[in-house]
Design a protein around this ligand. Structure first.
Ligand code: MOS
Length: 724
């Protein structure tokens, strides 16, 4: 049976809070943790298939043009080489942006340096790699491809422009105002597990082991790319070593492996090199942003302006949604917002973790810090004074709103000094010490989800969906939700993920995973409880389940009487999104040290206070926040994609040269989760968590750098050369 629920209104009942098992929200360790750390959880490239051949992708070395010839004959004579595959289906790029968008690329045309154009297949990886290097390709290159986003005409992104009142007038009349331009450089997703696929055909049926975030949608993409039916495709990705947006869509290794395996009639594995992942998967666009803020004597915003320029390849639908939270975070009657896209020939820009707010929020929050200074108001206080009652552009209520609590509780826990904030007041040896803060905001998303929950005759539960766990804790939170609802300890709930033979989940992305799939599981459990209640002779509300026993009477095993009981939970986001603005909120506080002689900045201490609805697992939620804060530190100080101005190729294409923070770069980090139930966000009253930790955090560090040494920087990352 199907337990379908479409959310058109708030769900006020705290059903999960009333249960007896007591596992929901608990800081339980990951159920698959042991398998992962002992190396027994197989990742995409680790499956064993008999007679498997190895494929290596060959990428373009021109910026724009067409491939005129590939000299396959010479490499086919090399030892072990089986095939050189050029196939337009392989190079027709799948959507790497948001689900449903389909960017275009004609066969054999090249739009950026690094674009995959062929696959060399051999008996061993080394043979394939060697042959791929020897392959001679000639191009018909088109000169003069635009590469600099600020040197070309840009186009306005539809649906992003807002003009309310008269911002210019508000700026002119303001008691205090700020007008700043801030640049952020591109980011890489840099998931630990590179993109990889193993393709295996049985007749017309394809099984693909892959590293993907969104199997529910990737299956359609892959079928479409190959020109086959979805029923003939099975995707498997039970373990995924991080995605950060880079695995939302399928990419060339998956299509190439499938085509090669069909052609050679044997399994084929294609693993991208770290450099290929960097150079051809996707980038977060650099941004060029202008912030205009006007306020009265009391620091109340009268004008709010945010204009952003981002870039992407010609024809790509995705544009980094920089303004996403700017639309509703603060008040101000006179508003002007715009998002423009420059068409350039760098690699595809797509959704990199927290698309939009990851770079929009830091810029906004640096401008807010400057306004606080102009107005002589404590920066925490300035934000408190500007929290709007309702969405200032759409006049909608907020679903729930914990920004004020996060600011207050965060300030208190951090020991925020609300006194005067003149820079260069604290020195320790050769270091200037300073503090800074910023707000956090990230829109809440949900997505349709299906999951099958079964009670097995032995009294255990089985949860099945094609949902993924990309390192975020899906296995564990599903075991907790189902365990709580059905009165079972977590080790009696088996969770099976990452297989498209199971019902379609929401996929992992945009922080929508847990609330969406969790709600579907919740619905299935509700229905199962109804049946169990009937068998006990009570109502669902009165049914109490704990440790496999119902109402201190019959056990689940007895109630099941040798037969499995199964329900399909189906959750659909309803019209409620039209009636409310739903977002996670928070506040960051940072203490930094800046070296007086070298300009080196170090984050000594950082605190994030977040309100994101019900916390399903205090440990995995905290881990998400820690990861986000770590990326905040990277975005503030080191992370930057660098493109060659001559041909647009990504220069720093590995983890040695793209500087992500390592353990030594992270000081003391504290996470404070502000208790919240959001009846609008999802039936389980949870909101998205994953991305919020990096939505504004870089500004807390930038503002602390200013407070420490007096360098007001408008360019992320704030490397020593910029600080000095
Ligand atoms: Mo998300 S952009 O899939 O980390």
């Amino acid at each position: 049976m199907t337990a379908h629920f479409k959310q058109d209104g708030p769900v006020e009942s705290n059903r999960l809070d009333g249960m007896k098992q007591g596992v929901i929200g608990k800081a339980l360790p990951r159920v698959e943790g042991l398998a992962k750390v002992t190396g027994t959880a197989p990742y995409a490239a680790e499956y064993q298939a008999a007679n498997m051949a190895e494929g290596v992708l060959v990428t373009a070395t021109i910026t724009r043009g067409t491939v005129s010839s590939i000299d396959t004959q010479s490499v086919l004579a090399m030892p072990g080489v089986l095939a050189v595959i050029q196939d337009s289906r392989m190079t027709t790029r799948a959507a790497q942006g948001t689900a449903g968008q389909a960017p275009q690329q004609e066969p054999q045309t090249v739009s950026y340096w690094g674009q995959p154009i062929a696959l060399v297949v051999a008996e061993t990886f080394e043979q394939a790699r060697d042959a791929a290097k020897q392959l001679t390709i000639t191009y018909d290159a088109e000169e003069g491809a635009p590469l600099d986003p600020q040197a070309v005409e840009s186009e306005a992104k539809e649906g992003q422009t807002v003009n309310q009142g008269d911002l210019a007038h508000a700026m002119a009349e303001a008691a205090h105002s700020v007008d700043v331009t801030i640049d952020t450089e591109g980011h890489a997703s840099a998931a630990m597990e590179p993109h990889a696929a193993i393709a295996q055909w049985e007749g017309d049926k394809l099984t693909l082991y892959a590293s993907l975030q969104m199997l529910n949608y990737n299956i359609a993409e892959l079928a479409d790319a190959l020109g086959i039916e979805e029923e003939d495709v099975r995707l498997r990705a039970p373990y995924v070593g991080g995605g950060f947006g880079s695995k939302l869509g399928i990419s060339e290794e998956a299509v190439a492996a499938a085509i090669a395996a069909k052609q050679l009639d044997r399994p084929v594995r294609v693993v991208m090199s770290r450099q290929q992942v960097f150079q051809c998967i996707m980038r977060r666009s650099e941004t060029h942003q202008r912030l205009r803020l006007a306020c009265d004597d009391d620091g109340r915003l009268t004008g709010f302006g945010h204009d952003a320029l981002v870039s992407n390849l010609p024809g790509e639908a995705f544009a980094e949604p920089v303004l996403q939270s700017s639309h509703f975070l603060y008040g101000g009657d006179n508003r002007s917002l715009s998002l423009n896209v420059a068409r350039i020939h760098r690699m595809t820009a797509g959704s990199v973790r927290a698309p939009g707010e990851a770079v929009g929020m830091p810029a906004l929050e640096v401008a807010m810090d400057q306004l606080a200074e102009e107005a002589g108001i404590d920066p925490v206080e300035l934000r408190l004074r500007n929290i709007p009652e309702r969405n200032p552009e759409e006049d909608l209520p907020f679903s729930s709103h914990k920004l004020a609590e996060c600011l207050r509780q965060g300030a208190e826990a951090f020991g925020w000094d609300s006194g005067p904030r003149t820079p260069r007041q604290h020195k320790e040896g050769e270091w200037w010490i300073g503090t800074g803060m910023a707000s956090a905001a990230r829109v809440h998303n949900v997505s349709e989800a299906k999951v099958r929950v079964s009670l097995i005759a032995d009294g255990t539960a089985l949860v099945r969906t094609d949902m993924t766990d990309i390192g975020t804790g899906t296995y564990t939170i599903l075991a907790q939700i189902v365990g709580e609802m059905l009165g079972l300890p977590v080790d009696k709930v088996m969770v099976e993920l990452g297989d498209t033979q199971n019902p379609r989940g929401p996929g992992s992305g945009g922080s929508w995973g847990a609330a969406s799939i969790g709600s579907a599981a919740f619905m299935a459990c509700h229905a199962l409880r109804k049946t169990l209640a009937e068998r006990v002779g009570t109502s669902e509300e009165e049914l109490s389940l704990k440790d496999g026993i119902a109402n201190s009477g019959p056990s689940l095993v007895e109630l099941l009487d040798g037969k499995e009981l199964s329900e399909l939970g189906h959750y659909e986001p309803g019209d409620i999104a039209d009636d409310y603005t739903a977002s996670g909120f928070g506040a960051f506080f940072a203490q930094v040290r800046v070296n007086r002689f070298t300009g080196e900045a170090r984050v000594d201490r950082m605190l994030g206070a977040f309100g994101f609805g019900r916390v399903l697992n205090a440990k995995t939620a905290r881990s998400q926040c820690l990861g986000g804060i770590t990326w905040s530190i990277g975005a503030a100080l080191t992370e930057s994609l660098m493109f060659d101005p001559n041909d647009g190729h990504l220069v720093n294409c590995d983890l040695a040269e793209y500087h992500m923070p390592v353990h030594r770069d992270i000081g003391e980090v504290e996470v404070l989760m502000v208790e919240e139930r959001d009846p609008v966000a999802s039936p389980i009253q949870a909101k998205g968590i994953g991305e919020l930790g990096m939505c504004g955090g870089a500004a807390a560090i930038a503002n602390a750098i200013y407070n420490a040494c007096g360098a007001r920087l408008h360019h992320f990352p704030m490397t020593p050369d910029r600080i000095l």
